[in-house]
Design a protein around this ligand. Structure first.
Ligand code: 4NP
Length: 152
């Protein structure tokens, strides 16, 4: 089987989804899984920018370097390129589903926290305005562990 392809999606692609990308890549590496992981935003507001400095710092505190990532908008072709499209909140979910062309596209989209029993149905809170990067890290760390288990 070829490597599962996973796309993390948030609004700006500078805070939550770059963190999710970095966390899942490391977990895959540590668990010997070959995964292709990328991230995108439902907006193009920060296109080609580096992740937010606070996201870079939170990830660095956890031993993960995401400074090399660059923001890009989600595009229709991502439905063809990826097997799993993991969105951070219900607004991202609505925006991505609004671009879906058919049931196959829709079936690829999940709220990332739906993979964790303790956090099912919850959204990853947007840390851009409230500085909650530590909480975002914890939630994503938990959800990525749970997601990886579904692939094994
Ligand atoms: P993200 O956070 O969706 O987790 O990347 C945000 C980044 C930027 C903005 C909002 C949320 N913004 O309004 O520019």
């Amino acid at each position: 089987m070829s490597a599962p392809r996973v796309l993390m999606v948030c609004l700006g692609n500078i805070c939550r989804s770059p963190m999710a990308e970095g966390i899942l890549k490391r977990k895959a590496r540590f668990s010997g899984l070959v995964l292709y992981v990328d991230s995108a935003g439902t907006s193009n507001w920060h296109q080609d920018e580096r992740p937010d400095e606070r996201a870079i710092a939170e990830m660095e505190a956890n031993g993960i370097d995401i400074a090399g990532q660059r923001s890009r908008p989600f595009k229709i072709g991502d439905f063809d390129k990826f097997d799993h499209i993991l969105v951070m909140d219900t607004s991202n979910q609505e925006n991505v589903l609004a671009m879906a062309r058919n049931d196959k596209d829709r079936a690829k989209v999940s709220l990332i926290l739906d993979f964790g029993n303790e956090v099912k149905g919850m959204s990853v809170p947007d840390p851009y305005y409230d500085d909650g990067f530590g909480r975002v890290y914890e939630l994503l760390d938990y959800a990525c562990d749970a997601f990886i288990k579904t692939l094994k």
